[in-house]
Design a protein around this ligand. Structure first.
Ligand code: F6P
Length: 328
């Protein structure tokens, strides 16, 4: 039998991503439309444990669709990893009669939801929100498109100065375990080389490619490096290695860091978040549980969240080939 959903709680958890607010707005407004109550816990699972929440009404989410960050704040809760922490969270949900949960975040957030869902009978729906785009079950996560645009804009600026001074830049972008940002922003910004967590292209190949660039008359070069690249050297170590082996290059390093997670969401992310937020609420009302919403072939679908965190969303290796051809 379908559970009757009268009250939904939503959280934003893990690394924040532009578009999380647009998703919160969509969840709150869908609840208002279907005449159910909506509350938001602050700081992800930690707010559930502490009973720290606010009511989300259609009006309380006004003018947030274009705001970066998350009005509910975000955190990675160590306490929620413990049985006692999860029990506290469940007791708080029951105390205020929450019938269903919407979890906006990445794989860590989803893994927490799966554990919680096995221990306590409370249906939840996941909305993928992370700049890393590393969630199976969706072609795009909320925040990824905005982050890509931020990175491309930054690399364009670095290219200006690299070109004026005939320099080689190593640019570190986010992606501890996933190279989506590095690969797509690298191709979008015309980088000479792209180093990823998924592929070890080797240091010899890097030197060879940079040597060729010089011989072909390139005045500046950009190497985009994922923070978790597989060669196993960080961006400063890579720069030093090239400095020692190719003295003809003047090398500089730029770490883009957390600016990649901020800023007003792109139109793509706002629309994606709006569609996913509505679908999440409607899925709970239809009696679905423990699934995530995702964008696949331009349709918003639901799929098993447990499967999504077990499998990986793989990078498009064809883009590496394209990057090689175009950096000739
Ligand atoms: O949200 C994912 C991510 O952006 C990763 O790419 C990065 O490694 C990580 O967050 C850093 O997050 P924090 O500084 O919040 O721990």
């Amino acid at each position: 039998m379908r559970p009757t959903i009268k009250k939904i709680a939503v959280i934003t958890s893990g690394g924040d991503a532009p578009g999380m607010n647009a998703a919160l707005r969509a969840v709150a407004r869908s609840c208002a439309y279907y005449k159910i109550e909506c509350i938001g816990f602050y700081r992800g699972y930690q707010g559930m444990i502490e009973g720290d929440y606010t009511e989300l009404t259609a009006r309380s989410v006004k003018n947030i669709i274009g705001k970066g960050g998350t009005i509910l704040k975000s955190a990675r809760s160590d306490e929620f990893r413990t049985k006692e922490g999860r029990k506290k969270a469940y007791d708080n949900l029951k105390k205020i009669n929450v019938d269903g949960l919407i979890l906006i975040g990445g794989d860590g957030t989803f893994a927490g939801g799966v554990t919680f869902g096995k221990e306590y009978k409370i249906p939840f729906i996941g909305i993928p929100g992370t700049i890393d785009n590393d969630i199976a079950g969706t072609n795009f996560t909320i925040g990824y498109d905005t982050a890509l645009n931020t990175v491309v804009e930054s690399i364009d600026k670095i290219r200006d100065t690299a070109s004026s001074h005939n320099r080689l830049f190593f640019i570190e972008v986010m992606g501890r375990d996933a190279g989506f940002i590095a690969l797509n922003a690298g191709v979008g910004a015309g980088a000479e080389e792209i180093l990823l967590p998924e592929e070890d292209l080797g240091l010899d190949r890097l030197l060879e490619s940079l040597q060729k660039s010089k011989q072909r008359g390139k005045s500046s070069s950009i190497v985009v490096v994922s923070e978790g690249d597989k060669i196993g050297k960080n961006v400063f170590e890579l720069a030093e290695y090239v400095n020692e082996n190719l003295p003809e290059y003047e090398v500089r390093v730029s770490v883009l860091g957390h600016m990649q997670r901020g800023g007003s969401p792109s139109c793509f992310d706002r629309v994606l978040a709006s569609r996913m937020g509505v679908k999440a609420v409607e899925s709970l009302l239809e009696g679905k549980a423990d699934v995530m919403v995702g964008l696949v072939k331009d349709k918003i679908i639901t799929s098993s969240i447990e499967e999504a965190i077990k499998s990986s969303h793989s990078i498009n290796k064809e883009l590496l080939r394209i990057s090689d051809i175009l950096s000739v």
